[in-house]
Design a protein around this ligand. Sequence first.
Ligand SMILES: C=C(O[C@@H]1C=C(C(=O)O)C=C[C@H]1O)C(=O)O
Length: 626
Amino acid sequence: MNLDEIRTHISRLDKELLTLLAKRKGLSLEVARSKLENPRPIRDQVREQALLVELINQGRQLGLDAHYVTQLYHTIIEDSVLSQQALLQDLLNPQDEVPAISVAFLGLRGSYSNMAARKYLSRFQATMVEHNCETFQQIFDTVESGQAQYGILPIENTSSGAINDVFDLMQHTSLSIVGELTQPIEHCLLVAVNTDVSKLKTLYTHPQVYQQCSQYLKTLPGVKVEFCAASSNAMELVASLKQDDIGAMGSADGGELHGLKPLVRGLANQKQNMTRFIVVARKPVEVAAQIPAKTSFIMSTGQQSGALVETLLVLRSHHITMTKLESRPIIGNPWEEMFYVDVAANVNSNEMQAALKELKDIVRFIKILGCYPSAEVAPTRIPSKALSQGNAGVPAVPPHRPADKNAAMSLQIGRFYMSRQEPLLAAMLATWPDRSALQEAARRLKEHGGQVLAAPCFEQGDSRQQQQRLQQLREIAAQFDLAAMTLVHTPEQLSRAAESLDLLLLQPIEGRRDELLTAAGRSTRPVLLPLADKLEHTLAEAEQILTEGNQQLALLDTQSRSLPELLRLQQQSRLPLLGQLPGQDSLLPELGHALKEAGMQGFCITLNEEDDMVPLQQLAQRLYQD
Ligand SMILES: C=C(O[C@@H]1C=C(C(=O)O)C=C[C@H]1O)C(=O)O
């Protein structure tokens, strides 16, 4: 076959794939209808897990790697679940057949709020009429007066926290929350014409974006920064001037609406930056009982001691999970607080109705702000046991929570739980690899059932190169759904690594890490502390970290200590213990298995550039199958 013929063939297959996906979606909607007739929850994670395990094994036989299959099916299942939910919601809340829906949001075309509004409206079969607003108050006014059907408001951001003005306005509105959505915020450097960073003289941006990208901007000392009222204004200006020495900062999608191209992506200091938006409307919606719902309410309690605790105990006694608690002052009543509460419950459920009845007896004020479908469809996870090669068994319990008797001792790294039953498996590259080697290591680690990818970001290079390595490690780990770790020597390195990675490995030389221990204790990231020579030194160092506040601490044995020593350590400390082992030891699987039996909760396998991962794969099999 020549190139054209092969491409024709590929196109035909792609069409078939699409046809099959559309058929699958149709069947999924039939499932939703049957779940409506015989009421059952829309989401069934036991079914999803069984399906994923079967697909992974079938995929392997066809030469497709487990990670690829899992990623594809997470996307397919997410769409399937959201489509089922949307169908149920539409049946329950029939919309008038309107050709256009109007939405009020902050900023102009291309603002983050505009992108959120577009995302929300994409589920409706109607065109969007945009109401650009200059203030949050104006959004409330526009929806309250009926000029717009929906208002989109940012309520919290993962780096800057609660958006207080919106909380304060919610106190006094008659509007209801009818939806939520989360929008990733990725600041990019946007330009109107082909150019290069070195040519730039002026950057237009909003002060908050400037602040969130301060580290990147320090690398452009000659560039002047001009502030605009919103990032969408900056985009508009740069698009109209069309010069090669100016740029704007904002989202790539937003920039595209103005014909701008992203020259550099991922400028923010903090890489994972998301904003949660709420959707408000004049009429509340009803949420189908079979889909996960959230209810938001505000309340004020008396000022006697324990008043807030009592309200929380009411929620607990009805098994209602609280997902958010914020307090805001009550305007005009100095020192009194209004609490904003989000719970994972449908307002019409028996538990929630009973809880509300009890709450009304003990609070001064309570108002439901709305009940809406929860927008999150967390991917169903496959336990390492199912992933480590050769296992076709279907796990019985969805792996959300550790089914670990010693849960109090287990630690969470990224989204993984470390436990004696399912030890954590980390691969640590001895030297910094190039991008493709790092990707290949990540792919294979994931394929074998490992969870943490580690590489030395700080061993060479200047601060900028180190920053790039941190970013690359984080990106590649995320791409393969792994957690990321690096070795840190100084408090400054620790705080930089803590911004991007999931686990911080402290340098092993005791006596030279006093300040590092204090910094680790003040960090909010989990820390791995290599054992000191003497047991009592290790315990003292661990104590130093714990007393500073950070309780997410595990110990690492870097010297293959004897079994009695390890057991003694475990008797004296409840901290999880990991072992560091060389990746090419032919005894690795047996050694790991024996150490697991002795209570080790994880392994850090060191790999040199030329090493293969065969022993690690065998270790994973022993750890997760036996
Ligand atoms: C389609 C179903 O509903 C949901 C979607 C699934 C899917 O798309 O495969 C699987 C389980 C459920 O979470 C079902 O229950 O079979």
